[in-house]
Design a protein around this ligand. Structure first.
Ligand code: EPZ
Length: 423
């Protein structure tokens, strides 16, 4: 149960290199179950969720070879293919469910545990009905027993037209992966268009799949018989980039952020400009300077891409605590994603929550305190708040942070933060 001990306030200066994208790499890794040939992936982030997915693939019989300090991995098939994805591996990471479809598509069977992951919907949990209903349309049969999905199909899955009733990043990625070896053509309507979905499609097409965008939220997948040996470099992490951009804006900082395509986060950068940040874009680099006074944003609403991402709402809440006036955030993707608000109040924030809307009083001077992370992005928000707080703070349960931020304390130390990990 590591903690971070942080002495603030800090003004951030220097360079940050963004790691590979966790949310792009996870579905790409799951899809390797479809291959008879080796897949080599570069720019993998060294975070716990990637380790969990690699352990899951290993438990299903894949051979995993590491290179370049584990940032490059070669995944190949062995004779010992297995079909059981255990609760012990899926309980910490929702994306583990993405092995179900490829196992059924490739081997016509799987027993996969229901997934766990960040608690972002309060009591209603994070259902997978959109995944299961769509896989059923491709011909997967399943029954649920003791928390496991017992799934099978008679022969290959069959291409169909599927319209998602609501937009889901995970269900979109799952059906893209599960339909590329199907008989015939699949049309997916109402899909997510997040950059991580586009990165998955680019990689699958590089491997010999036949996926086309035929509408703003419609994909056509013509089934192929097999996939070829593939080398692919995973995109940079969009949310890590946004987190460091907020960090610079929050602390009157001056950062050069490398390793991410800035054109993919236009919405976030335009919002930070509104708060007063000075931003210059140079090729794959973002030069961002924080303002002396942070301007408020009246009303922030989380939406599917290219709207404002829910995974950056906690970090922006910290920024708005310091802005010159009242702001509000409406969370539309998850039912209750304000666990961090209570902890921010321990640092002096004034935030009131009503249903899925948070009203934030600005002009807060954070004072150091002990705070506790509740999920991955909440932990990032708390770290940002204590970096700008006066005095000493501890952030506990940083295992949440380790799930999706690579070496965050090392990166922060390099740009001027007084931070220490306490085991
Ligand atoms: C992905 O989660 C990301 N995770 C999340 O990031 C991100 O918050 C989310 O997309 C939205 O952008 C990964 O990529 C690994 P959804 P996912 O399916 O796929 C409901 C992070 O911090 N829903 O788009 O699980 C669901 O409950 C994580 O890195 C159903 O009701 O999100 C939610 O309210 C946190 N039934 C909404 O749809 C389903 O079958 C959107 O979820 C599926 C989803």
């Amino acid at each position: 149960m590591d903690k971070f001990l942080i002495k603030g306030p800090s003004i951030l200066k220097g360079q940050v290199s963004i790691s590979g994208s966790k949310n792009a790499a996870l579905p790409i890794l799951a899809s390797t179950l479809l291959f008879d040939k080796p897949v080599t992936l570069k720019n993998l982030p060294r975070v716990r969720d990637i380790d969990t997915m690699l352990n899951l693939l290993r438990s299903l019989g894949s051979k995993i070879e590491f290179f370049d300090n584990k940032k490059k991995v070669r995944i190949s098939k062995t004779k010992k293919q297995k079909y059981f994805a255990s609760y012990s591996l899926l309980k910490t990471m929702r994306a583990g469910i993405l092995v179900l479809g490829p196992l059924v598509a490739k081997h016509q069977k799987s027993i996969t545990s229901f997934p766990g992951g960040c608690v972002l919907n309060g009591n209603s949990g994070r259902p997978i009905n959109l995944h299961l209903n769509a896989l059923q349309k491709l011909g997967m049969k399943f029954s649920i027993l003791n928390g496991y999905i017992h799934a099978s199909s008679k022969g290959k899955l069959k291409g169909k037209t599927i319209k998602f009733p609501s937009i889901s990043v995970g269900a979109t990625q799952h059906l893209l992966i599960s339909s590329i070896l199907s008989d015939g053509t699949t049309i997916l309507k109402g899909v997510a268009t997040e950059p991580e979905v586009v990165d998955l499609i680019n990689y699958l097409n590089a491997a010999g799949a036949n996926i086309k965008w035929v509408g703003k939220r419609t994909c056509q997948i013509i089934g192929v018989n097999s996939l070829k040996e593939t080398n692919y470099t995973v995109m940079g992490d969009r949310i890590e980039t946004g987190t460091f951009c907020v960090a610079a804006t929050l602390t009157k900082g001056n950062l050069l952020i490398k390793g991410f395509d800035p054109s993919l986060i236009k919405t976030e950068l335009d919002l930070l400009k509104k708060t007063g940040a000075k931003i210059k874009i140079l090729n794959q680099e973002i030069h961002i300077k924080g303002p002396q006074k942070i301007k408020k944003i009246n009303h922030l609403v989380t939406k599917e891409y290219a709207g404002f991402p829910t995974d950056l709402a906690p970090q922006f809440m910290v920024l708005l605590c310091k802005a010159n006036g009242r702001s509000s955030i409406t969370e539309n993707i998850f039912k209750s994603r304000f666990m961090h608000a209570m902890e921010l109040q321990r640092l002096g924030a004034k935030i009131s929550i009503k249903n899925n809307q948070a009203t934030i009083e600005g002009n807060t001077n954070f004072i150091g305190a002990e705070v506790m992370s509740s999920d991955l992005r909440a932990s990032a928000a708390l770290i940002l708040a204590v970096i700008s707080a006066k005095g000493i703070s501890t952030v506990s349960r940083v295992y949440h942070c380790d799930r999706g931020y690579e070496n965050i304390e090392k990166k922060l130390k390099k740009i001027g933060v007084n931070i220490k990990r306490i085991s």
